[in-house]
Each structure stands twice: as structure tokens, then as C-alpha cells.
Design a protein around this ligand. Structure first.
Ligand code: GTP
Ligand code: MG
Length: 368
């Protein structure tokens, strides 16, 4: 899973990146990132259930699920109007599964604001509009050429291009009404037609309100209400935290961290909040494979069948799939060991169509 951090210049993107990854990427009071390479980092997905499994199996190795985070360059308003986003930016966007839209809500006068004043709602709308305009320009350029192409084509290819055109016109209508494409429901067939495009406003999105250190646990309600309305209207969850402090938290040792969190009254670090939100947004869940060699978390789309889940591990396991031995995490924890769970009849044998559940511990039986 890969998420991209976007936002206006100096809104705190790199601070959020550091908060998530525990990294030390440069933050600047003056925006400098528009022409630099993006920061890329990995977040190990925290899961107390995996920690418990590690205690049980004492494995040689434990592998947490990971999320890759890309701190994409700052989006300068107006940049996308003529030609859409730059090829570099589009290439980054193409690779991400979801976007984290950081909005500056911190006031700190020592950090200049590109628009001269802090107004989180205005900025949120501005960036969302930037995504919409970039998509519009992609569509307009495509529509200029598609008629000629339709004329040239025959049979099925022609029908497909015509369907593509219809869909692009539908998308255009949405965008003109300032609706992001993430709100358009597509059939599998339509999604296939649009596979070659990267529409920024189509990516699942989370909004992060980057608040002042003085507002932790007591954010400005007027601003938050407006941002909440904004996020809801754009089908995005809203997260609220102070990136500067969260970045400092992420850079502390594990032992110091808990103490610091308690001292400032933060219950859940932003990293954990964001990971949870990303899992919900992308409708993915973890399952575990366990043993003395390795305890490992795997990420699958909700609703994945056992055989497909096995494919995540190895195509041979999927091909030679016989049965999945499954024990839900809670049952395993209650019984204490796999053997005890088996004795109680809580380890089930499931077939290839079993829908894997969040936290299932699975041993795949297969023959090659
Ligand atoms: N007071 C305060 N300052 C913050 C906060 N978040 C970021 N800053 C400051 O704002 C400035 C910009 O932060 P960055 O994280 O570099 O912002 P950015 O969006 O990555 O900026 P560019 O990449 O240059 O567009 C830095 O001086 C940060 O220390 C915050 O929550 N509170
Ligand atoms: Mg930056």
C-alpha cells in the first residue's frame, strides 16, 4: 500500500511525513520543495495483535505490514490550469493508492503563508480545486483527439472508444460542478476503460488538519467544523493533529514516547490514527501467518477469498491450495496456544472460497 502526501506549499507535508516514518527529512519555513525529489519512507503498521503473537511464538523474525509514504512536492495553485500536473507529479500520483491532503491550520507567524493568511477551509478548497482542474485539463486534451480516433477505428475498438468518450464527458460534467471523481461509482467495465488515466481527484483521500501545538485536544471549533463539512462533502475522513509535535514524538525512543504522549495528553499518535484511517479508506484488512520461524502480517482487500489470500504469499500456495487452517486472533488469544485452540475445536478447516476475516491466523495447506 502506498500513500502520497499532498498540500499547498509550507502546510506541513514533510512534518507529517516525518511524523509517520520517524524520519528526519528537511522541513523549511520557506517552501523549497516544488523542484526537489520527493521523500519516500516506510511505515511499519503497528498492531498489538502481532505484538501478542510475537510473545507467543518468539519467532526468529517478525514482519509487520508496511505502508509506503511519498512526500510529493508542494502543489502551487495555478500550476495545473493549462497543462495539468507535471509529468513527474503525475508519475508519483499514479503509483499511490491514496492521498493524504495536509491543510495548514497552525497559525505560527514565523512560517510565512503563501496566501498571506491562515485559512484552513479556503486552502482545502483551493487544493481540491487544483486536483479537479488538473483532471479537467487531462480530459479536455483527450477529448480534442478522441473524435478523430473514433473515425479511424472499427468494430469493437470503435465501440470502446465511444464508450470512453461518453465516460470522459460524464467525468467532465462532474468536474465542472467541482465534484471530485472519487465520488463517481464505476462498473468494472468502466474502470477498465479508464485504466490508462491517472486522475488525481479519483484517488481515495484523507484530510489532515495540521493544528497548532497550543490547540492539541482543543482545536478551534469553528475551523474544525468547516473542515469537517469540507471533508464530508469530498468523501474523505478528517484527521486532526499537530504535525510538528507528532514529528518530535516519532523521533523519540519507544521508552520516552509513552511518557511524552501522556504528558501532552495525546492518546493515539498520528501514525496510528493515519494507518487506521488508510486501512478503512482502502477497505483492506490484515491476516497473520504464524510460527517459530516467522510471524507475518499480510494486507488484503476486505472480502478476499482464502485462495487469493494464499496468492499473496506465493503463487504455488494458491495453485496447490488444499485447505486453510484458520483461527481468529481472539480465539487464539483466549485459548493461549494453537494446540489449545485446536483442542477446543476453534481451529477451522476452510476451503478456497472462505472469506478471510480481519486478524485471522492462517496456516495454508497446499501441495505442489
Ligand atoms: N508551529 C508549527 N509549525 C509547523 C507545524 N507543522 C509544520 N510547521 C512548520 O512549517 C514549516 C513548513 O513545514 P514543512 O513540513 O517543511 O512543510 P511542507 O509542506 O513540507 O513545505 P514545502 O515542502 O516546502 O512545501 C516548517 O518551518 C515547520 O516547522 C505545526 O504543526 N506547528
Ligand atoms: Mg516539504
Amino acid at each position: 500500500m502506498k500513500v502520497g502526501i499532498i498540500g499547498l506549499p509550507s502546510c506541513g507535508k514533510t512534518s507529517v511525513f516525518n511524523a509517520l516514518t520517524g524520519g528526519h527529512a528537511q522541513v523549511h519555513a520557506f517552501s523549497a520543495s516544488t523542484h526537489t525529489e520527493p521523500n519516500v519512507g516506510i511505515v511499519a503498521v503497528p498492531d498489538w495483535r502481532q505484538d501478542w503473537l510475537n510473545g507467543l511464538y518468539k519467532p526468529k523474525k517478525t514482519t509487520y505490514a508496511t505502508i509506503e509514504v511519498v512526500d510529493v512536492a508542494g502543489l502551487v495553485p495555478g500550476q495545473s490550469h493549462k497543462d495539468g500536473f507535471s509529468p513527474q507529479l503525475l508519475a508519483h500520483l499514479r503509483q499511490v493508492d491514496a492521498l493524504v491532503h495536509v491543510v495548514r491550520a497552525f497559525k505560527d507567524p514565523s512560517v510565512p503563508h503563501p496566501n498571506g493568511s491562515v485559512d484552513a477551509f479556503r486552502d482545502a478548497e483551493l487544493l481540491e480545486l487544483e486536483l479537479i482542474l488538473a483532471d479537467l485539463s487531462v480530459i479536455e486534451r483527450r477529448l480534442e483527439k478522441i473524435d478523430q480516433e473514433i473515425q479511424r477505428k472499427k468494430g469493437l475498438e470503435r465501440t470502446e472508444s465511444e464508450a470512453e468518450k461518453m465516460l470522459l464527458l460524464e467525468f467532465k460534467e462532474y468536474l465542472i460542478n467541482e465534484k471530485p471523481l472519487r465520488q463517481v461509482k464505476l462498473s468494472a467495465e468502466q474502470a477498465k476503460l479508464m485504466r490508462g488515466y491517472t486522475f488525481a481527484s479519483q484517488k481515495p483521500l484523507m484530510v489532515v488538519a495540521n493544528i497548532d501545538e497550543s490547540e492539541i485536544n482543543k482545536p478551534d471549533l469553528h475551523t474544525m467544523r468547516k473542515l469537517e463539512d469540507f471533508a464530508q462533502a469530498k468523501s474523505a475522513p478528517l484527521l486532526v493533529f499537530c504535525a510538528k509535535i507528532e514529528m518530535e514524538i516519532a523521533q523519540l525512543d519507544e521508552s520516552e514516547r509513552a511518557e511524552f504522549l501522556t504528558a501532552i495528553g495525546i492518546i493515539e499518535p498520528s501514525r496510528d490514527k493515519l494507518v487506521k484511517a488508510a486501512y478503512e479508506l482502502l477497505e483492506v484488512i490484515p491476516f497473520f501467518t504464524v510460527g517459530e520461524d516467522e510471524v507475518k502480517a499480510w494486507t488484503i482487500t476486505r472480502g478476499t477469498h482464502a485462495q487469493e489470500a494464499a496468492r499473496k504469499i506465493h503463487s504455488d500456495i494458491a495453485r496447490g491450495f488444499i485447505r486453510a487452517e484458520v483461527v481468529p486472533f481472539d480465539a487464539l488469544k483466549q485459548c493461549g496456544t494453537w494446540v489449545a485452540a485446536k483442542d477446543k475445536g476453534l481451529v477451522r478447516l476452510e476451503g478456497k472460497d472462505y472469506v478471510v476475516q480481519d486478524g485471522d491466523c492462517i496456516n495454508f495447506r497446499f501441495a505442489v
